[in-house]
Design a protein around this ligand. Structure first.
Ligand code: FES
Length: 169
């Protein structure tokens, strides 16, 4: 998925019109509609929740209530470097939760949040298919295998260095 910072209100409206034109006006389609919206923006902007609610004849509170029930939806933009901590069973049983706690502490954000500078966002995800490397963290497209809470600082420092080097090239 393409990483997107917060999007302009007008852009949201235009894209939503295109998305909703392809969606059946049926409340039972709410989840797939929200998935399409999140695929387009990287998160569910407030304006999008209002538009989807109006399209389906629901209240924004109802739409938000459904969306917030599922871990897969986020309500803030993704950071430039989205961090995903796998919380599938294999990762969970070997300490994925402790790594996630360490990430929250070091970044000073909660799951679903974004750092103040917009650089990093944090999400928990279901199995990403490399259980043999558990617990697994992903930053952007890079996989960090066999994570521990003590490896979190090192991974973030390396990311900073790599980002600086990439900017120089
Ligand atoms: S459970 Fe984490 S990669 Fe499968």
């Amino acid at each position: 998925m393409e990483v997107q910072a917060g999007v302009e209100k007008e852009t949201v409206k235009e894209r939503l019109t295109e998305i909703l034109a392809l969606c059946e006006r049926d409340r039972s389609r709410l989840i797939p509609i929200l998935q399409s919206v999140q695929d387009a923006f990287g998160y569910l902007p407030r304006e999008a929740i209002l538009e989807v609610a109006s399209y389906l004849g629901m209240t924004d509170v109802q739409v938000y209530g459904v969306a917030s029930f599922y871990n897969l939806f986020r309500f803030t933009p993704l950071g430039k470097h989205p961090i995903q901590m796998c919380m599938g069973t294999a990762c969970h049983v070997v300490g994925g939760g402790l790594v996630l706690e360490a990430l929250e502490r070091v970044l000073d954000i909660e799951v679903g949040g974004i750092t103040e500078d917009g650089e990093l966002s944090l999400d928990r995800v279901a199995c990403i298919g490399c259980c043999g490397l558990a617990p697994v963290m992903v930053i952007g497209k890079k996989i960090y295998p066999k994570m521990t809470p003590t490896k979190v600082d090192e991974a973030l420092v390396n990311l900073k260095i790599e980002t600086k080097e990439a900017a120089r090239d």
